[in-house]
Write a protein that binds this ligand. Structure first.
Ligand SMILES: Cc1cc2nc3c(=O)[nH]c(=O)nc-3n(C[C@H](O)[C@H](O)[C@H](O)COP(=O)(O)O)c2cc1C
Length: 168
């Protein structure tokens, strides 16, 4: 599948069945996150694989697990991440972790799995429940699994600006 085809086919899945994600598929997804580009190649991404009883911690922190049997909690380490130091000090870890999340999302799609990028979570709650150190900053949740039988793309999926609207 070409990248463009994959980008066109993928959509946010918000209803999963309980079938577990196979270990080899999870490994392929995580590998895509491991090799993602990061600023200065500092690789500040830190990913927690959440399954089983720990999914209750996700549910306490976000309404957006959608029944997925697996959730990736994507964070960055702000002690390691690059900053745009000599100009304005901008934190680049968020960008790194966003690229990593994008890699994970498309790798899941390639494995025949659905996912949904989730920013709607309480970061303080996640940090408390997963005992995250202060320097580990949650950026995204990625519920992953097999879509329920009746899942189809939401209306928002097809509502895209034209090229003219996008170009400055
Ligand atoms: C940064 C970001 C945050 C998002 N947060 C949420 C979220 O908290 N809950 C949710 O249901 N979808 C969330 N989404 C999914 C978007 O709503 C979705 O990608 C968009 O509507 C386009 O639809 P599509 O992914 O099906 O193409 C998020 C997407 C991005 C990129």
């Amino acid at each position: 599948m070409s990248f463009l085809q994959s980008a066109a086919d993928r959509y946010s899945v918000r209803k999963f069945n309980a079938t577990p994600v196979e270990d080899d598929k999870l490994a392929a997804i995580l590998e895509a996150g491991r090799i993602a580009p990061t600023a200065c190649n500092y690789q500040p991404q830190r990913v927690k694989v959440v399954t089983g009883d720990d999914l209750a911690k996700i549910d306490e922190s976000s309404p957006c697990r959608f029944g997925a049997p697996l959730v990736l909690l994507i964070c960055y380490d702000n002690k390691i991440s690059a900053k745009r130091g000599t100009i304005d000090g901008k934190e680049l870890g968020e960008i790194d972790a966003s690229i990593v999340t994008t890699h994970l999302m498309f790798a899941a799609h390639e494995q025949g799995l659905g996912s949904c990028w989730v920013a709607h979570f309480d970061p303080a709650k996640l940090a408390e429940l997963f005992a995250l150190p202060e320097n580990i900053i949650p950026l995204a949740l990625l519920p992953i699994g097999y879509p329920a039988d009746d899942v189809k793309p939401a209306a928002m999926h097809t509502r895209k600006n034209t090229l003219e609207e996008m170009l400055l």
